[in-house]
Write a protein that binds this ligand. Structure first.
Ligand code: ADP
Ligand code: MG
Length: 254
């Protein structure tokens, strides 16, 4: 087996500042109120993912999933610990990341693809496919800054799936899309999985995780609370009580 992602004892802390202006800070200091507070968004996180594994990353809001994905992707550095990844990484880790709001969708395809490491020739070759997948139609020549979050996610996902990568990271990408688009994305991620690439999929939707993943890692306040079998993981996060019916239906029929 070949190791694809090795996360070793990763810790990341953030500082919350309670007062923004100098005046507010001075007043707070005089009153001996706390000016800031730092906390661990990730705390001693370790796991190894093999090439071709498909892992569902679950956990409550604020448990550190997006932070972990950003560190794996390399856009953020851990305070301590290390992350090793093998091969090219693609995916969607934040809606609108890598887009310039004043440029058109068309221009942003080239910009974003370049950021993701695609050459201009490669982008030109895949351009029509990307545009077709995004279903943006005439909005392709409109400013990305005016896109809805759903449109922006479509374009981001359309580009990401056209990057030849060894690792694909997807952070709640399906949360903002409409139903037909979600189904299409799930199909593509299923293809990515079948092609033997490594997939890390953040989702609250139990059925789609069950459908797509062969392992679940659960984060709890920045720590690995569970790492193992999909059904046990879903039971661990207690998401399996049917309150995400739409996604459950979705997961069941793709
Ligand atoms: N840049 C940042 N500055 C300060 N706090 C942050 C920053 N990014 C994330 N956080 C905090 O870190 C915690 C984990 O966030 P996140 O990784 O986005 O969680 P999740 O994706 O699981 O919902 C949250 O409490 C969030 O508010
Ligand atoms: Mg998140």
């Amino acid at each position: 087996m070949v190791e694809s992602i090795v996360v070793d004892d990763v810790t990341k802390s953030f500082t919350i500042r309670y007062h923004r202006t100098l005046k507010q800070m001075s007043v707070a200091a005089l009153r001996r109120q706390e000016l800031s507070n730092s906390f661990n968004a990730l705390d001693g996180v370790s796991f190894t993912i093999q090439q071709g594994e498909s892992v569902g990353l679950m956990g409550l809001n604020g448990s550190g999933k997006s932070t972990l994905l950003k560190i794996i992707n390399g856009v953020m550095k851990p305070d301590s610990g290390s992350v090793l990844t093998r091969g090219r990484i693609a995916g969607l880790i934040a809606t609108g990341a890598g887009f310039h709001p004043q440029l058109s969708g068309r221009e942003n395809v080239y910009l974003n693809a370049a950021i993701l490491g695609m050459s201009e020739a490669e982008t030109r070759r895949k351009f029509d496919d990307i545009v077709e997948f995004s279903e943006l139609g005439k909005h392709l020549d409109g400013q990305v800054g005016h896109y809805s979050s759903g449109q922006s996610a479509r374009l981001g996902f359309a580009i990401a799936i056209h990057v030849d990568s060894d690792i694909f990271l997807a952070d709640e990408v399906l949360a903002v899309g409409d139903r037909p688009f979600k189904r299409k994305c799930m199909q593509r991620m299923q293809e990515i999985r079948e092609s033997g690439r490594t997939l890390v999929y953040v989702s609250h939707a139990a059925a789609s995780v069950r459908k797509m993943c062969d392992r679940v890692i659960v984060l709890e306040s920045g720590r690995v609370g569970f790492d193992g079998d999909v059904d046990d993981g879903i039971r661990y996060v207690k998401y399996d009580d049917g309150d995400d019916t739409t996604d459950d239906e979705l997961g069941a029929d793709v």
